[in-house]
Design a protein around this ligand. Structure first.
Ligand SMILES: Nc1ncnc2c1ncn2[C@@H]1O[C@H](COP(=O)(O)OP(=O)(O)OP(=O)(O)O)[C@@H](O)[C@H]1O
Ligand SMILES: [Mg+2]
Length: 324
């Protein structure tokens, strides 16, 4: 194993599901990406994009049709099952705890399966329970916990083994706002202090924007974006405009803009109209100005739109849908 090897390398991963009628779904279609050590990667995409299937293939829970997966420089197929000691996961919506055992018993049990349970390890379990404010519930049976507490207990189980790579599929699902914030800060802290690598899949763009440095966006089994969050945001910031008109928007203007630009929204704020538009090519700003002049719109103010990851994500996914 070379020291420079990244945490995870996925090469040409493909997984096809065939139903009884012989119809094939290419759930994961020639997917390639890498995750560096200590990185928190966001794996995004609409429902059915292939995120969970990819994660299951990497974890060895599902057999891919083709592709190669390397973990810390080792081929997972060749190093299986020993390699499982290097990764842990919380999968979406699965009941991954024993409901009649206490929180502590669950954490100790799942860790023991992997030979983790020394005194130092147990101290770490206690540390995690404190971090997640589950300390008071350590001896409570899981079935008696609230939904959010169960979710947190699952995350603690996945973190307790201190594997260098952790997959979290929808970790904040069902968590209240405060608890979600708590989970985010814990993840950032563990990534920073313990140099652990995380792959987080979520539909909550606030969570992704907060914890991830890079995102991979999947759509229909393929990767459509693989980029730094900051870079994606700045790309979109320079392209998203808000134009305030003096007076209402002429009827013909709205029609023309919707025809000419993929992402445009015209709203009437009191007496003045507001246009929000995301341009995709360099020359677009001139076409936009031509349209405004051609339809006799009076411009009051032009500014860059505030962008957040959710807007960026929606635009990418919608653009993808229009293309296919
Ligand atoms: N066990 C399975 N058998 C057959 N088809 C499956 C199976 N698991 C997933 N699929 C199909 O594979 C595709 C990808 O599903 P997957 O669960 O990977 O999506 P996802 O990106 O995790 O979506 P979500 O955001 O809804 O969790 C979907 O079309 C789904 O119907
Ligand atoms: Mg999923």
């Amino acid at each position: 194993m070379s020291m420079s090897a990244g945490a995870l390398q996925v090469q040409s991963l493909t997984k096809v599901f065939r139903d009884r009628g012989g119809v094939a779904v290419r759930a994961v279609d020639d997917v390639c990406f890498e995750v560096k050590r200590g990185e928190v990667l966001g794996l995004l995409g609409p429902n059915g994009a292939g995120k969970t299937t990819s994660i299951k293939c990497i974890l060895g829970l599902m057999r891919p049709d083709s592709g190669r997966i390397t973990l810390f420089g080792q081929d997972i197929q060749a190093a299986y099952p020993r390699i499982l000691g290097k990764m842990s996961a919380v999968l979406e919506g699965s009941r991954n705890l024993y409901w009649r055992m206490s929180v502590w018993e669950n954490v100790a049990f799942f860790s023991a399966l992997h030979g983790v349970g020394s005194r130092e390890d147990r101290e770490y379990f206690g540390y995690l329970l404190k971090l997640f404010s589950l300390d008071e519930k350590r001896h409570t049976e899981v079935r008696k916990l609230s939904q959010g507490m169960k979710q947190k207990a699952s995350v603690v189980c996945a973190l307790a083994r201190r594997t260098p790579l952790v997959f979290l599929d929808e970790p904040t699902l069902g968590l209240d706002v405060e608890t979600s914030l708590e989970l985010r800060s814990v993840l950032k802290r563990l990534a920073r202090e313990e140099e652990r690598t995380f792959v987080v899949s979520s539909h909550d763009m606030d969570v992704i924007q907060d914890v991830c440095t890079r995102v991979v966006i999947m759509s229909s089994g393929r990767i459509v974006v693989d980029d730094q969050v900051s870079h994606l945001m700045s790309l979109f910031r320079t392209r998203a405009y808000r134009i305030r008109l003096r007076g209402p928007a002429p009827q013909a203007l709205e029609e023309r803009l919707t025809q000419e630009f993929a992402s445009v929204r015209v709203t009437d704020a009191e007496t003045d109209a507001e246009i929000r538009v995301a341009l995709s090519e360099d020359g677009d700003i001139y076409r936009l100005m031509d349209a405004l002049r051609g339809e006799d719109a009076v411009i009051d103010e032009i500014s860059h739109e505030e962008v957040d990851l959710e807007k960026v994500y929606l635009e990418i996914v919608r653009g993808e849908r229009m293309r296919s």
